[in-house]
Design a protein around this ligand. Structure first.
Ligand code: ADP
Ligand code: MG
Length: 732
């Protein structure tokens, strides 16, 4: 009989590659099969109902209840044919997870039987008994109603026999209780202000969509080994565990051959994801052992964000079939790379123009510069808020580490565009005629106005150390955490850009009023934005000490802890932003602030408890068992070599003492941890409590870990109860 770890190792050895992906034939034949998309709507809906959905999606028009009834019937007929027995409003409360409450379609018949029923009012709105979701005080018990309301812009789908309807989640008075609502509001705000600028170039543009391409990094671990680690099961990360002799030093994982077992999981997952309309494009090994990535083709931001959440659910489900566990935590293992969720973000017109892609004509390039300079200016203006939008307990373990973006915001542009902006800066503001091109001299094909029409920014110009990098036709926000709902960062990004574009337009109008032509008024504003936002641009190594010093000199402040970062949400500047763009009222912003702090405290509380349990009930008893073995050995030696045993047992005795030292350190650490929690728990103010947890509780976790990891190195391998890093991270 071995210990838990050995049993888990035996079990995991029997987990081979398994094949489930049963769909045969080209992906195009089954892509979107489980989604109630336009093609199915055409088949299942009346023309009137179909048009209502299209108008809602494209122009944000309201759907009347009578029409909703028709849509509901069509949707239900399709879902039942797909084998669905239940439906659910699928929503995104202020936890990291999505929520769903399933209802069956059945309705009683007078003869005692049942039939499938689904009405427009049920499609449009539900009132889940959701009083225990975090609301930050927005719902007192007497007004505890929360409503989910259908978001027609994200199509319904069937998953595991349930029709899932993407919805927003709001309080009885419309205050938002979720992440989708502010995201949708920010997209609307961005559409309005971006459209105003686009119309100056092309009257035919009627809509601007933010688009997102989300790269999802994750770890895979054998299910039996995972289950033998309470820290992974409960916290999704290892709280203790010594690094393996070999992990990523040889850089042989990144883009390496995908292990068979993982490949089977990937194919199986892809089949299901394709059926759900997720346009998966890329799959590969990541830098750390057992770390991988999936990336779909970019799409409209709200849909991409929903599909990312759906992907995460699906990955967990499919992994189970392969005796695997997916880990989305940003830093599950010390010493190897953490996981992010790079958000590739841009804006597209309904005429198909990528507003962050340099164009082929001077006019297109001028339009590109309007948007490009506004995004940079916006990120500069709200750099701390944007960085704060990625702050969470889990992501803070990753940020600022030597393989993750630093916790200070900066923008990388690449050489070509840096030169371009530098040359724009050098233009004489009094002599804007120089803007016709002569003086805008930069390397390669990058003359911007009139003379040489085409820009070829160097697509391979990459900087992996920047939290916000321009990559040729989009910005890549790399600081977003792998476990997060990207909506929480993207609504901030959309909002700040929407605000900046408004300012852009105002400045252009002012310049025009002073007699400048439109083009020149724009160039003047672009130049002003370039100058104003210069401090945020950084082309060097973001991981270096020099950058930390340089950032400080420039007055750029990073985020030091998640609770401190949350303060950014309630500054006057941020409140004004959210108010101007119609994202949150003051009350909503304050409520969100409270929820963030509360989540932080709760999560750290859980980690601290698990740490106490691991240290006291797993590590220390194992250390004592081993110490006894050593003591027994010394005593036996004493019997046989009464004279020499001390000399002969030098090593054992030293180990015995060392083990006592570590046990004491663990004991002390756990004591301090508990005491610090007691003090912190007495603090009433939730924000102050979160700060106390961060500053006074968290450090003890590190002390305990250090001692426990030392013990792992001295204790008999056979006795150690927790699967080790080399075993957890062992896919070849
Ligand atoms: P890399 O790892 O080199 O950054 P990937 O291929 O893994 O690249 O992911 C790039 C992501 O960026 C994909 O989701 C892709 O669809 C998306 N993307 C490409 N062009 C744009 C664009 N113009 N706007 C937004 N996203 C884009
Ligand atoms: Mg990328």
């Amino acid at each position: 009989m071995g210990n838990i770890r050995q049993k888990a190792l035996e079990e995991s050895a029997s987990h081979g590659a398994e094949r489930f992906h049963e769909e045969k034939g080209p992906v195009s034949e089954y892509f979107g099969k489980n989604v109630f998309d336009l093609e199915k709507m055409k088949r299942y809906l009346s023309k009137e109902a179909y048009n209502a959905v299209v108008n809602a999606v494209e122009f944000g028009q309201k759907i009347e209840v009578e029409v909703a009834d028709q849509i509901a019937i069509g949707m239900k007929n399709w879902a039942v044919e797909m084998g669905a027995s239940h439906y659910t409003h699928w929503f995104q409360p202020l936890t990291d997870a999505t929520a769903e409450k399933h209802e069956s379609f059945i309705s009683p018949l007078p003869n005692g039987g049942v039939f499938e029923k689904f009405s427009g009012s049920t499609l449009i709105q539900q009132e889940p008994d959701a009083s225990s979701f975090p609301s930050g005080g927005l719902r007192n018990t007497f007004e505890a109603r929360g409503y989910t309301a259908w978001d027609p812009s994200s199509p319904a789908f069937v998953l595991d026999g349930t029709l899932c309807i993407p919805t927003v989640f709001v309080a009885y008075n419309g205050e938002s209780l979720d992440l989708k609502t502010p995201h949708l509001k920010s997209l609307q705000a961005l559409n309005q202000t971006a459209l105003d600028i686009c119309k100056l170039f092309d009257k035919d543009v009627t809509r601007v969509n933010a688009v997102l391409g989300i790269e999802q990094e994750y770890f895979l671990v054998d299910e039996s080994l995972y289950k033998a680690r309470p820290d992974l099961v409960i916290c999704d990360r290892t709280l203790i565990g010594h690094t393996a002799a070999k992990d990523q030093q040889l850089e042989d994982n990144y883009f390496g051959a995908i292990p068979n077992r993982v490949m089977d999981f990937m194919k199986d997952f892809e089949t299901e994801a394709y059926k759900l309309g997720v346009k998966l494009k890329t799959r590969h090994n990541e830098v750390a052992p057992n770390q991988f990535e999936f990336a779909p083709i970019f799409g409209e931001a709200n849909l991409s964000s929903d599909q990312n959440l759906l992907m995460m659910i699906l990955m967990k489900k499919i992994a189970g079939r392969h005796h695997l566990k997916v880990i989305f935590h940003e830093k599950p293992f010390n010493g190897v790379n953490g996981s992010g969720k790079h958000c590739n973000w841009s804006m597209f017109t309904d005429t198909g123009i990528d507003l962050l892609a340099p164009g082929k004509t001077p006019k297109a390039n001028l339009q590109f510069l309007c948007f490009f300079s506004s995004v940079i200016r916006a990120v500069y203006e709200h750099n701390q808020l944007l960085m704060s939008s990625v702050a969470s307990l889990s992501n803070m373990y990753r940020l600022g580490g030597n393989e993750a973006p630093p916790a200070v915001m900066s923008i990388f542009l690449g050489e070509t565009l840096t030169e371009l902006l530098d040359s724009i800066e050098k233009l004489s503001p009094d002599n804007l005629s120089s803007l016709t091109g002569k003086d805008v001299k930069v390397r390669s094909k990058l003359h911007i106005v009139n003379q040489i029409p085409e820009i070829f920014p160097d697509n391979t110009d990459r900087n992996r150390t920047s939290p916000f990098a321009f990559t040729g036709n989009r910005f890549e926000f790399r600081a977003v955490g792998s476990s997060s709902n990207v909506a929480s960062s993207i609504y901030v990004l959309n909002s700040i850009v929407a605000q900046q574009l408004k300012r852009f337009k105002t400045l252009v109008e002012e310049a025009k009023a002073s007699g400048l032509s439109q083009d020149k008024a724009m160039m003047k504003t672009i130049r002003q934005f370039v100058i104003e936002s210069k401090k945020i641009r950084f082309e060097g190594n973001g991981y270096s000490r020099e950058w930390a010093e340089e950032a400080e000199k420039r007055g750029l402040k990073g985020i030091t802890s998640a609770p401190m970062a949350y303060e950014q949400y309630i500054t006057d500047k941020t409140m004004a932003l959210f108010d101007d763009e119609g994202i949150f009222t003051r009350r909503e912003a304050l409520a969100r602030f409270e929820v963030m702090n509360e989540n932080y405290v709760k999560k750290l509380q859980i980690e601290a408890r698990v740490m106490g349990d691991l240290a006291t009930n797993h590590v220390v008893p194992t250390a004592i068992t081993f110490q006894n073995k050593l003591l027994e050995n010394v005593m036996n030696m004493k019997e046989i070599y009464p004279e020499k045993y001390h000399e002969l047992c030098k090593t054992q005795i030293r180990m015995i003492e060392k083990i006592s030292g570590y046990i004491n350190r663990i004991h002390e650490g756990v004591h301090n941890l508990v005491e610090a929690r007691k003090v912190a728990n007495k603090i009433e103010d939730i924000h102050k409590k979160a700060i106390a947890y961060n500053d006074t509780v968290k450090p003890h976790m590190e002390d305990i870990r250090r001692a426990a990891d030392k013990l792992e190195m001295v204790i008999d391998d056979e006795l150690w109860p927790l699967p080790k890093y080399r075993e957890l991270l062992s896919f070849k």
